[in-house]
Design a protein around this ligand. Structure first.
Ligand code: DHB
Ligand code: FE
Length: 284
């Protein structure tokens, strides 16, 4: 039987990819962030997931403003990263899992979601940087990828409640999957940051702490703000916390925090990493 082994939540700042390429992990600027991955590597080594279901937002690589789905699910045999102008790339292609993707798509449609289905899809730094962080020495990726893309870019944005419910529908789909894979759920982006306009550089450590404290034990607490409130509280890109909320929804068991790291700033972002184990309730 397949198993949802846990959830890994992390910022996806492109500069992290550049730092990895330059081997700057022990540089004083970067070390406090990269050290947050030491327990993650240990846990991944122990649990060895086979699949990563990744909730993220596309920043204009696969979807641009002319065609912006609210939710999109990849069902491709392989995904490639392409250089978006951040100067990072040359990454290995990501093997897909079309059978699991279609199972998820069928189940979330049965739960009355209407995702765009993508049998061909490129993935941007929001997938590539977390993969480099999780498996820095991998010759080939140890996991198959199911990318689930949420619009956090162009208004109107989906509500936090809708994102949590999407994640829950994905979690139910994963529970009903008849394969035998160990499944890691990932949520990427955040925490607070704003890259443009008068508030460029905006960070809100109080709201970030509120998110970090509640995302595991009480994700409903994050529903007290709507998406526009979150733009106000966390910055126009800080609303990427919607990806975390959806990923949290897909953790269907008892959620136990194994590691958490918060470091301000990395580039323009309040950077965070959190790892949760998902302990399924045993049948009576
Ligand atoms: C930065 C953060 C992001 O989430 C992103 O997508 C691009 C850039 C940054 O802080 O530089
Ligand atoms: Fe981003």
């Amino acid at each position: 039987m397949s198993e949802i082994v846990g959830g890994l939540f992390t910022s996806h700042v492109p500069g992290i990819g550049a730092a990895i390429a330059k081997g700057l992990q022990d540089d004083p600027y970067w070390k406090p962030f990269f050290d947050g991955f030491i327990p993650v590597h240990r846990w991944l080594e122990q649990r060895r997931p086979d699949v990563a279901v990744v909730f993220y937002n596309d920043h204009g690589l696969n979807f641009f403003l002319d065609k912006m789905p609210t939710f999109a699910i990849g069902a491709a045999p392989e995904y490639r990263h392409e250089d978006e102008g951040w100067g990072i790339g040359g990454y290995k292609p990501y093997p897909g899992h079309p059978d699991l993707s279609w199972h998820i798509i069928e189940q979330v449609v049965a739960s009355e979601f209407d995702p765009v289905t993508c049998q061909s899809m490129t993935v941007d730094h929001a997938v590539a940087v977390p993969f480099e962080l999780c498996w820095p020495d991998a010759k080939a990726w140890p996991v198959k990828l199911v990318p689930i893309c949420i619009n956090t870019v162009q208004h109107p944005l989906p509500s936090p409640k809708r994102c949590l419910e999407l994640g829950r529908a994905v979690g139910r789909a994963l529970r009903s999957w008849k394969g035998d894979e160990k499944i890691l759920v990932m949520g990427t982006g955040g925490l607070s940051h704003q890259l443009e306009g008068k508030r460029a550089g905006f960070i809100n450590t109080d709201y970030d702490r509120f998110c970090l404290n509640n995302i595991g034990p009480n994700p409903e607490a994050l529903l007290r703000h709507d998406s526009l409130d979150i733009v106000e509280l966390a910055g126009s890109q800080g609303v990427e916390i919607l990806n975390w909320l959806a990923a949290r929804g897909a953790l269907t068991g008892d959620v136990v925090e194994l590691a958490s790291n918060y470091h301000v700033p990395i580039s323009n972002t309040a950077a965070a990493t959190a790892l949760f184990e998902n302990r399924e309730f045993l049948p009576a």
